[in-house]
Design a protein around this ligand. Structure first.
Ligand SMILES: Cc1cc2nc3c(=O)[nH]c(=O)nc-3n(C[C@H](O)[C@H](O)[C@H](O)COP(=O)(O)O)c2cc1C
Length: 145
């Protein structure tokens, strides 16, 4: 089974969540900047994570998603996550990522999941318990796959 966990991350928190999920699934992560969208065709399972920046996925993630061709992810199960602040208004990135994956043919088989950060913008960190939440979410992915 070929599984890929792709992420973008500015301060390392989304990377930490991605690595936790990948560990649980027994696979490696790939930073968005090292992935060519052409490589995604032969996958079985794809998990994509991004920080929310200005209510959206990062610009790098938006560009990556915009390069996916329709039907490119046919037959691939996929889901998405984002990292965000715990405020009443925070916007959404995971839903936008999931929509793009779906538009490219993927089946969103597990609901997207948000992970929360706090602290100064230049040096945010994950809230207590979010790494455990990531492990549980990955177990759920494994169970449903
Ligand atoms: C310029 C900027 C814009 C941001 N916009 C949002 C936002 O709209 N909603 C939100 O929940 N968090 C926002 N954040 C917080 C980021 O989501 C947070 O820094 C990110 O999850 C950290 O992930 P990383 O450590 O992987 O970079 C913003 C942060 C920055 C620096």
């Amino acid at each position: 089974m070929k599984i890929l966990v792709i992420y973008d991350s500015n301060c390392g928190n989304t990377q930490k969540v991605a690595e936790t999920i990948a560990d649980e699934l027994g696979v490696k992560t790939a930073n968005i900047s090292s992935i060519n969208p052409e490589e995604l065709t032969s996958l079985d399972l794809l998990v994509v994570g991004t920080p929310i920046i200005g209510w959206k996925p990062t610009l790098r993630m938006q560009e990556f998603l915009s390069n996916l061709k329709s039907n490119q992810l046919d037959g691939i199960k996929a889901t998405a996550f984002d990292t965000r602040v715990k405020l009443f208004i925070h916007g959404d990135a995971m839903g936008k990522v999931a929509d793009s994956l779906k538009n490219a043919g993927a089946e969103i088989f597990v609901n997207p999941m948000p992970f929360y950060i706090e602290g100064p913008q230049a040096n945010p960190h994950l809230l207590k318990g979010e790494i455990e939440k990531a492990k549980e979410w990955a177990k759920n992915i494994k169970a449903k796959y």
